[in-house]
Design a protein around this ligand. Structure first.
Ligand code: MN
Length: 195
């Protein structure tokens, strides 16, 4: 199997982000966005998804981590989009459901070229450490639009926002990993012949 890899760098006045995405391995994952809680979540997504992310982000996080969190979503999305463009036989649909103590979270992905996000989470605590949970909506929107994937992300229940989000990132990793795995038969990704 050919190495399935994409690298994208994006630089604006607010942020400089570089992302490397390698499918089918989870060795040497490296995440450094300057936002520790966000690093922890991306690490969980990458590891449980079975794909290697290398993310380096510099940005105006002293103003607000908002720009970095959103822009990292854009660039990770760009990497998935490139792999989607290069692929003719992805499994395409993927699903993950993950518990973490009190919390249960679920993710369903269609890597079908049609971006759409459904995100339903009602967090009991607005922050985990210094990280504002509301920022995650920006990340998920950016990821969905730029990866051209349909993402359904549901935090079903939980008492602890950290657990709910961590379970969601693991579920999203699993769902993305499955969607972007290769079919062993080369029958294509859609009954329409194209996606
Ligand atoms: Mn944790």
């Amino acid at each position: 199997m050919a190495t399935r890899h994409a690298e994208v760098t994006r630089e604006t006045k607010e942020t400089r982000i570089s992302v490397g995405l390698t499918l089918d391995t989870r060795e040497d994952i490296e995440i450094d966005t300057g936002v520790p809680f966000f690093d922890h979540m991306l690490q969980a997504m990458s590891f449980h998804g079975g794909f290697k992310l290398v993310v380096k982000a510099d940005g105006d996080i002293d103003v607000d981590p908002h720009h970095v969190v959103e822009d990292v979503g854009l660039v990770i999305g760009d990497c998935f989009s490139r792999i989607l463009s290069d692929s003719t036989s992805l499994v395409r649909f993927g699903h993950g459901i993950v518990p973490m103590d009190d919390a249960l979270s679920e993710a369903v992905v269609d890597a079908g070229g049609r971006p759409y996000l459904v995100y339903d989470a009602d967090y009991p605590q607005a922050y985990s450490g210094g990280f504002q949970m509301a920022l995650l909506a920006e990340f998920f929107w950016a990821l969905s639009v730029r990866s051209r994937c349909n993402l359904h992300l549901l935090c079903r229940y939980g008492n602890n926002s950290h657990h709910m989000v961590e379970a969601l990132f693991k579920a999203l990793g699993i769902a993305l990993g499955r969607s972007f795995s290769e079919r062993t038969d080369a029958t294509g990704m859609s009954t329409k012949g194209v996606i």
